[in-house]
Design a protein. Structure first.
Length: 434
C-alpha cells in the first residue's frame, strides 16, 4: 500500500515539493492583497513581520566586520547565518510589503472639487471595542461591512484598542471620553457602546460620535450621542453602512468633492429591509424612527449630489414618517432634529430646482425646531437654526418687493453669531457675518 506522498507523486508528477511551497506562498500573498485589513490577515502579518525584520537585520549585519567576528565567537559561519537570515527575510517580509501596497492602492485617490482642483480626501471611521462583545464577534462583522463601502467615499475603518464602558456610567462622561478618543486618534467618527443591553437577537446600545462639520448625525447636536437602532447584527451592519456612508458623503459635499451615486445601492437595500413586514414587525417605534431618519437623510444627500427632485420627495416622505414614532411631546429633541432635516431637504430642493416658494415651507420647519431648542436652552442648535432661518429669509427676500424679509434675515444672522464661538465654528461664524 503506497503512502499519501507516493500517491500524489504518481498522480501529479509535476507537483514537486518546491512548486507546492511556491504555490502556497503565492496564494497567501494573494489573500493578503485582497483582504489587507481582515483580522486574521493582520495577525498573520504580525507573526511574519517580526521574524522577517529580525532576518533582514541579521542579513545586513553579516556585512559588518565586527558582527562577523562576533558570529565567529559563537562558533557560527557568517555566510551560513547570512543565507538563513536572507531566506527568512525573503519568506516573511513580502507579506508586510504586499499588505502595505494593497492598502496604498485601495486608499484615497485625487478627488475633484467643484473648481476642478484635485485633492486627496479620506475618512477614518473608528470603532472602540464593544462592551460585552465576546470574541469581538460583532466588532468583526461591523468592520467587515464598512470595509465593503464604495471606494468613492474613501472610508477607512480602524479599531481602537480601548473600550468606552456603558454600564453604570453617566452618558455625559461616555461622550467626553468618545470625543477625547476622536481627537487623540485623529479620526472623523467613533462607534462605541455595548452589545448586551438590547433584547436578543438585537445588539446595543451603540452610539456614534462625530466631529465632522455640523458635529452630529443629522446635522443636529443632541445632549446624547446618536444612538443606532437596536437590530440583529446583520441588519445593524447594513444600517451602519448607510449612516457612515452618508456622514462621509455630506462632509465631502461641504468641501465640494463628488461621489456620484455611491449612496444609491445602500439606500435601496435599507429601504427594502424597512419595507419587509417580516423584519419590521418586531421593531420598536424608536428603532423604526431611527431607520426612517437614516434613509431620509441619505436620500437628501444623494438628491443634492444627483440633483434629483424625486429623491428629495422620497427623503421628505421618510423624514415625515419618523414623526409617527417621535412626537414633539414625547421626544422633543428628536422631533426637532427631524424638523431641521425636513427644512434642509426642502431648502436644497428649492435651490436646485429654482423654486423659491418652497422656502416658506422650509421656514415653518426651522421655526418649529427653534422653539424646541430655545425651550431646552440648546444654544448651539439654536444658533445653527437661526442661521438656517436667516438663509431662508434671504432667499425669500430675493423674490419679494420691499426689505422686510431681508431685515429679518439680518436679525437671524446676528442671533446666530451670538451662539457661535469663532474658534469652534469658524466657517459658519464667518458665513453669518458676510
Amino acid at each position: 500500500m503506497s503512502s499519501a506522498s507516493q500517491y500524489f507523486a504518481e498522480k501529479y508528477p509535476w507537483l514537486t515539493r518546491t512548486r507546492a511551497m511556491a504555490g502556497a506562498f503565492g496564494i497567501a500573498l494573494l489573500i493578503v492583497f485582497i483582504w489587507p485589513r481582515a483580522h486574521l490577515v493582520s495577525e498573520f502579518i504580525i507573526v511574519t513581520a517580526i521574524p522577517g525584520a529580525v532576518g533582514a537585520i541579521l542579513f545586513g549585519l553579516t556585512y559588518w566586520s565586527k558582527a562577523r567576528v562576533q558570529i565567529g565567537r559563537w562558533k557560527l559561519r557568517y555566510k551560513q547565518v547570512r543565507r538563513v537570515a536572507g531566506i527568512v527575510a525573503l519568506a516573511c517580509l513580502p507579506f508586510l510589503l504586499m499588505q502595505r501596497a494593497s492598502i496604498y492602492l485601495s486608499g484615497p485617490r485625487p478627488a475633484a472639487t467643484a473648481s476642478g482642483e484635485h485633492v486627496y480626501t479620506l475618512s477614518y471611521f473608528a470603532m472602540a471595542h464593544l462592551e460585552g462583545d465576546d470574541g469581538h464577534r460583532v466588532e468583526k462583522r461591523l468592520i467587515t461591512a464598512l470595509e465593503g463601502l464604495d471606494r468613492r467615499l474613501h472610508v477607512t475603518p480602524v479599531v481602537l484598542d480601548r473600550t468606552i464602558a456603558v454600564a453604570g456610567r453617566a452618558q455625559g462622561f461616555q461622550h467626553l471620553e468618545a470625543v477625547a478618543s476622536i481627537k487623540n486618534e485623529a479620526v472623523g467618527t467613533l462607534l462605541w457602546g455595548g452589545v448586551k443591553g438590547a433584547a436578543s437577537p438585537a445588539v446595543g446600545p451603540l452610539y456614534l460620535t462625530c466631529l465632522f462639520y455640523r458635529a452630529q448625525f443629522g446635522g443636529a447636536y443632541l445632549p446624547v450621542d446618536f444612538k443606532l437602532p437596536e437590530l440583529p447584527v446583520d441588519e445593524l451592519a447594513l444600517v451602519l453602512q448607510l449612516v457612515v456612508a452618508d456622514e462621509t458623503a455630506r462632509s465631502m459635499q461641504v468641501w465640494g468633492f463628488k461621489f456620484g451615486d455611491a449612496l444609491e445601492p445602500l439606500i435601496k437595500q435599507v429601504r427594502q429591509m424597512a419595507s419587509d413586514p417580516h423584519r419590521a414587525s418586531g421593531w420598536s417605534g424608536d428603532t423604526r424612527a431611527r431607520i426612517n431618519l437614516a434613509i431620509g437623510i441619505a436620500l437628501t444627500t444623494s438628491a443634492i449630489e444627483l440633483k434629483s427632485e424625486d429623491s428629495f420627495h422620497q427623503a421628505i416622505s421618510y423624514l415625515q414618517a419618523t414623526r409617527t414614532d417621535w412626537t414633539r411631546e414625547k421626544d422633543p429633541l428628536e422631533w426637532a432634529m427631524v424638523e431641521r432635516n425636513i427644512g434642509f431637504a426642502v431648502t436644497m430642493m428649492s435651490e436646485i430646482n429654482k423654486q423659491p416658494a418652497l422656502l416658506k415651507e422650509a421656514l415653518t420647519h426651522f421655526q418649529g425646531a427653534l422653539t424646541v431648542y430655545d425651550s431646552h436652552t440648546d444654544s448651539i442648535d439654536a444658533a445653527f437654526v437661526q442661521y438656517e432661518i436667516g438663509n431662508a429669509f434671504k432667499g425669500i427676500a430675493n423674490g419679494e418687493a420691499g426689505d422686510d424679509s431681508l431685515r429679518r434675515a439680518v436679525e437671524c444672522y446676528r442671533a446666530a453669531i451670538k451662539g457661535f464661538e469663532p474658534k469652534k465654528y469658524p466657517l459658519t461664524w464667518a458665513a453669518a457675518n458676510m
